[in-house]
Design a protein around this ligand. Structure first.
Ligand SMILES: [Zn+2]
Length: 125
């Protein structure tokens, strides 16, 4: 059986990424950047069922983004608003920076339609 993620606290399993994203008990709360390798930065989620924080590598969401990618790193320059250095920041970034796409993915995650648990169970038959 494949498993997307198991809650590190209460061991609740999400079988797929879609299931994780649509779960109304998962909320994106932050991003812990890894400036050496962006895919290894962590998206931080709150699992409302047990109030613990779940960290999932950003790379596991990368294919959700189909927009422009920039090659230049602008972190720390005058156009950088410093969001990536603030773990609690979940805002999008409008700089044409290599890191910006990660923050676009965060917006996709935030806007993902949530399903109530019961509805999800019915959908799974
Ligand atoms: Zn949990």
């Amino acid at each position: 059986m494949s498993l997307f993620k198991k809650c590190t606290c209460c061991a609740f399993p999400w079988l797929s990424r879609a299931e994780f994203l649509q779960d109304e008990k998962t909320v994106l709360i932050g991003y812990q950047a890894n400036f050496c390798q962006l895919e290894l930065g962590y998206f931080l989620f709150n699992h409302l069922a047990c109030e613990s924080t779940i960290a999932i590598p950003a790379g596991r969401f990368k294919d959700m983004y189909a927009g422009p990618l920039f090659t230049q790193r602008l972190t720390g320059t005058e156009v950088c608003q410093g969001f990536c250095e603030d773990m609690d920041a979940i805002e999008p970034c409008d700089a044409q920076c290599e890191c910006a796409y990660v923050r676009e993915i965060m917006q996709i995650i935030r806007n993902w339609p949530k399903e109530a648990c019961q509805l999800a169970n019915i959908a799974h038959g």
